[in-house]
Design a protein around this ligand. Sequence first.
Ligand code: HEC
Length: 214
Amino acid sequence: MKTLLCALLALVATGAAAQGAAAGKAVYDSTCAVCHAAGIVGAPKPGDAAAWAPRVKGGLDALVRSAIKGTTTGMPPRGGRPDLSDAQLRAAIDRSVRHRVGFCADTCHLYAAGYDLVRDFEGVWRNWDATCGRAHLRCLHLNDSKTPLGSRRDRHELIGEGTLGAAPFRRIMREPRFANVIKILETPKGDDEFTQDRRMLRRLRAYARGRPAR
Ligand code: HEC
């Protein structure tokens, strides 16, 4: 079972994360690749899910501690580079285990956090791709918002009936890049559990077919 990290894009400091990825690549290429790219003496290769699976269980912090200390079975302390900072090691490790991470984006949270899905849909996803990586978008919580752009208040509204309106949801339901992303409704239920959810599902299906919403 893959770990699905539910995270708000809002929590990711955009530029900082992109810089971290670049720093991680530089450290990895110059120092870690010597052993890890080829899997020398059992060094887990980046992207090798089976090799990393038992190691990532304790979380990223534990892996960073382990790399700082080194292991008795082949991993030299700090990869043999005492000058590398903890942050540099972390960035290099993060890069090696990133394939294990999936993000869940919530349309309402994004909008409330100031990501303008209404007027700059393309820009928000470009930003996402640069920061989190397209392949790591695994899940979308589909919610309209009761509050305006950048309100920093998370109040879900029925799809197409809030400040986001229908347009971003139509695109999400129609564009191939979102086709394989799990979508979960978290819209208000009203008096019973089913009526509104069924309406919302009909509405989203209509968006997907490009028909006027009911
Ligand atoms: C001289 C070869 C070598 C170099 C250079 C090297 N590693 Fe390793 N690394 C290994 C080996 C071998 C293992 C597996 C050791 C084990 O399972 O105990 C390992 C394991 C690890 C682990 C997993 C530790 C754990 O507790 O499961 C991490 C994280 C790691 N390396 C990060 C790095 C980073 C980051 C760099 C570069 C800064 C780096 N390594 C450089 C050989 C190396």
